[in-house]
Design a protein around this ligand. Structure first.
Ligand code: ADP
Ligand code: MG
Length: 380
């Protein structure tokens, strides 16, 4: 259905500053036509800034953007003609669903008969036939977001930009809409750039994802690459490595690192060529096994055990109050002493990073029991 296919969208050193603050710093990114790209990161990392720069709603303070061989960052938004979907839907309250969907077509002076056909098609795509003559206020949140999506795709845009489109919806509907957006993307052969702070959403929807931190790209890769091989401790924290333990390096070679804190000693995989000093050991809660005897062992006392159906999600602490998060199908209770095992290849060792210290537990200082910041990620 998209008429304007392109080969690639290229961001070349794209930067955007507000005063002296860099909201987006030297972003280099090449997106292929028909890819689904997620921009992922916590609130304030520059996701919306990046999207608005691509859309043309925000001028760049550095760099350039190309659609194939054409430079587009100098064009106003209407000449780029990208479809936009926002978190708050941004529908016209006084216009019917049909009128909302057709609004952009009218602005672009698409002939009436053609516009009516495209509105019909878009209404059908998002399954709002029964509601097309209602006003947005008469629809549920999910239906309103469908209108916003239909409006964006009715233009047959070369690129669809979505800024946290599901964050106002309840959990069940979010899951349904994820699939629906992915289905539309595929069926219409769209190219989509999708902003989210939800790593699950990004991993499940995107062909490739961009992890941003403080306006700087940390990693660009497929969900498998980013999930299995996070580039640094920050990305690991975002990808479910909830235990980010700052330790002192004892020995390190190209493959392995041995590191220790006050009541903890670990051997892990050297993922960032660390040599001496401090390092961060990243471990997923599900990679611990109670009582495992091979590999690393950590003695902890259970503080909190949350019920999650088949499994418990447990917060425990070492003798000096370092928080350890693990999952287990065993029925542990607060106060229980357990020995956790984790194989060395499931412990990823990264460079220590002063600027994420707030998110990482200090193991050689006294950390109060039960206070574990976890990773920089969300959805804990
Ligand atoms: P995200 O969408 O990832 O939450 P934003 O792109 O909205 O992040 O913001 C990135 C950074 O730029 C934040 O630190 C934010 O406070 C700042 N920022 C965004 N918009 C403005 C603005 N209009 N004026 C000043 N600072 C802004
Ligand atoms: Mg935002």
């Amino acid at each position: 259905m998209t008429d304007n296919h392109f080969r690639e969208l290229r961001l070349d050193g794209v930067s955007r500053a507000y005063g002296s603050q860099n909201a987006l710093n030297d972003l280099n990114l090449t997106i292929s036509g028909q890819e689904f790209i997620a921009l992922l990161g916590p609130s304030g990392c520059g996701k919306s800034t990046a999207l608005n720069c691509i859309a043309g709603l925000l001028p760049l303070t550095g760099g350039s953007i190309y659609l194939d061989d054409r430079r587009i960052d100098t064009l106003p938004p209407e000449q780029r003609g990208f479809g936009m979907v926002f978190q708050n839907y941004a529908l016209f309250p006084h216009m019917s669903v049909r009128k909302n969907i057709g609004f952009g077509l009218k602005m672009h002076k698409v002939p009436k008969a053609e516009a009516a056909k495209r509105v019909d098609e878009a209404v059908a795509l998002v399954q709002l036939q029964e509601h097309q003559h209602k006003a947005p206020g008469q629809l549920s949140g999910g239906q309103q977001q469908r209108v916003a999506i239909a409006r964006a795709v009715a233009l047959h845009p070369p690129l669809v930009l979505m800024d946290e489109p599901l964050s106002n919806l309840d959990a069940q509907l979010r899951l349904e809409m994820r699939m629906e957006i992915r289905r539309l993307h595929q069926n219409l052969g769209l190219t989509t750039v999708y902003v989210t702070h939800d790593q699950e959403e990004a991993l499940s929807m995107a062909d490739r994802l961009v992890v941003l931190r403080l306006g700087v790209m940390q990693q660009f890769g497929t969900p498998e690459e980013v999930y299995d091989h996070p580039a640094n401790a920050y990305v690991a924290g975002f990808m479910g490595y909830r235990n980010l333990l700052e330790l002192d390096i004892v020995t390190a070679d190209a493959e392995k690192v041995s590191a220790r804190g006050k009541h903890i000693a670990l051997v892990g995989a050297n993922r960032e060529s660390v040599t001496t000093g401090r390092a961060i050991a990243a471990i997923r809660p599900e990679d611990f096994t109670i009582g495992a005897t091979d590999g690393n062992r950590i003695e902890v006392t259970v503080d909190i055990a949350e019920y999650h159906g088949r499994e418990l999600s447990v917060q425990a602490s070492t003798a000096d109050g370092l928080s350890i998060y693990f999952r287990t199908s065993e029925r542990v209770a607060p106060g229980d002493h357990v020995v956790l095992g984790v194989p060395a290849h499931r412990v990823l060792v990264f460079r220590s990073d002063n600027s994420i210290d707030a998110d990482v537990q200090q193991t050689t200082e006294d950390a109060p029991a039960g206070v574990g910041a976890g990773g920089p990620g969300t959805g804990r």
